[in-house]
Design a protein around this ligand. Structure first.
Ligand code: GLU
Length: 469
């Protein structure tokens, strides 16, 4: 039997990192089993769906390596409404479901506010279908439902504790629980790998599989992803959108490696491993069922390692979207005609070791492309203390006299200027750096001045000097 898995997101918001993790786990599992990965967009909640979110899911999946065209689908759940209704009808006709006209208030009036769930009032009333009547599944009174779960063993649910749940609303529309099962069935899904939050649905869904006469899939409920306070990652509180990480300049390779470490680790004492190793070593039954901490700091450090490991040419290429501002990435502060690719290539190796996410490239190199540097006033106040004017005068004079405009000569020159004033190089550099780059920290100063060139450097030093008068 061919293994068939599916990833079934609902397009109701930005694409959640937890969703990306489940997608990757499905993807790898399918690959390992020689199986098929199906993408199904669960777009039945018309009020909350938006087409741009579907597009966002497709492009985010593409970004992390689940490329369009290399999987089956996307299918859209809304196209299968007829099948969902037919299944509801079959369950009704087979006596596995019944109509119910109770309102929530009716139920509460009978059971009291404490008791949750439906009390079975309409079970044997034999109501016909009708406007406002919901269809409820008749759960077995006895026995138990054993869910075979690759991550969690065999969670077992007593049937008598499962209420007669609704499968189609009063307007006849089937609910998510049923639509999801019917689609899995008709798409031949053998393994359902999804987030733990769906586990409470699983015994109900398994009962539906049984009632519809099809062998249920094997399940795998992977752990929820939590923040540092052990709260489930939420889009209101936490940065959860995969797109946000992409636009900030996380590398897809770093991101997908990190996502796979949520609840699982490769062999040995390694965390950063080539993707083929993850694809080979990952085992669903090794996934730790407890909540997985999404540690943004660790992800950042990871990303920095991935950036440093890139060949320089790839790094230059990877920075491009931030240097020119494409798609959803904010444009840089310089005009397109101010950007100089050769100057960028010259400083790229220096920047590569200093940034953890690609968007940080912009403040590191803006001094090269802007006509005037963006002066950080706090940095200015800190660097331009007593003696700064004198130091700048001397530096300007010495730099003007330089024969060769290279980093080494610039360094030796400023070192000498500083020494004459009893200043170590670090102290002597500060006013020069702020005058030229606008900041107190950045790329190595002398290499920066070399690339910026004699004229532009001197112009900036003189402008700073004028400001100090
Ligand atoms: N559409 C559901 C969700 O986005 C997924 C259901 C499932 O994987 O079974 O949470």
């Amino acid at each position: 039997m061919t293994v068939r898995v599916r990833f079934a997101p609902s397009p109701t918001g930005m694409f959640h990192v937890g969703g990306a993790r489940s997608a990757l786990q499905n993807w790898i599992f399918a690959k390992q089993q020689g199986g098929v990965f199906v993408l199904r967009i669960e777009d039945t909640d018309a009020a909350r769906n938006r087409p741009e979110w579907t597009e966002g899911i497709l492009s985010a999946l593409d970004w992390i390596g689940i490329a369009r065209g290399s999987y089956e689908g996307p299918y859209f759940q809304s196209s299968y409404a007829g099948e969902h209704r037919a299944a509801a009808q079959r369950l009704y006709e087979g006596g596995r479901a019944y109509y119910c006209d109770c309102t929530r208030d009716d139920v509460q009036a009978r059971t009291g506010p404490q008791q949750r769930g439906y009390d079975g009032f309409c079970r044997d009333r034999g109501l016909e279908p009708g406007e406002g009547r919901a269809l409820r599944f008749r759960t077995p009174d006895e026995g138990e439902t054993v869910v075979v779960d690759l991550v969690r063993g065999e969670p077992t649910f007593e049937n008598k504790l499962i209420e007669d749940f609704v499968i189609a609303r009063g307007d006849g529309s089937p609910v998510f629980l049923l639509a999801n099962v019917v689609d899995d069935m008709s798409m031949g899904i053998t393994h359902v790998i999804r987030a733990e939050e769906h586990l409470p649905n699983t015994p109900k869904q398994q009962l539906l599989w049984d009632a519809l006469g099809v062998k249920p899939p094997v399940w795998a409920h992977v752990p929820v992803v939590v923040n540092e306070k052990r709260q489930k990652l939420s889009k209101r509180r936490d940065k959860v959108a995969l797109e946000a990480y992409r636009d900030e300049g996380y590398l897809a390779d770093a991101m997908r490696n990190y996502l796979m470490l949520l609840g699982w680790a490769p062999s040995g004492d390694r965390e950063i491993v080539p993707w083929p190793v993850i694809e080979e070593e990952f085992r669903l039954d090794e996934v730790n069922p407890s909540p997985a901490f999404f540690d943004e700091k660790k992800l950042r450090a990871f990303n920095g390692d991935y950036i440093r490991a890139l060949p320089v040419a790839d790094f230059v290429e990877a920075c491009r979207p931030w240097l020119i501002g494409t798609g959803t990435i904010a444009p840089p502060p310089w005009r397109p005609d101010e950007f100089d690719p050769a100057a960028f290539a010259a400083v790229a190796p220096l920047a590569q070791t200093r940034i953890a996410v690609l968007s940080e490239i912009v403040p590191n190199v803006d001094f090269l492309f802007l006509a005037d540097p963006l002066i950080d006033e706090a940095a200015w106040a800190k660097a331009m203390k007593e003696g700064a004017a004198d130091l700048l005068d001397a530096a300007i004079a010495a730099f003007e006299a330089l024969e060769s405009w290279d980093a080494e000569s610039l360094k030796a020159t400023l070192e000498a200027v500083g020494a004459e004033r009893g200043l170590k190089l670090g102290k002597a550099q500060a006013p020069v750096r702020v005058a030229v780059t606008g900041r107190t920290v950045g790329l190595p100063l002398f290499e920066s001045l070399e690339v910026l060139g004699r004229d532009r450097t001197l112009t900036r030093l003189r402008a700073a000097r004028v400001r100090l008068v």
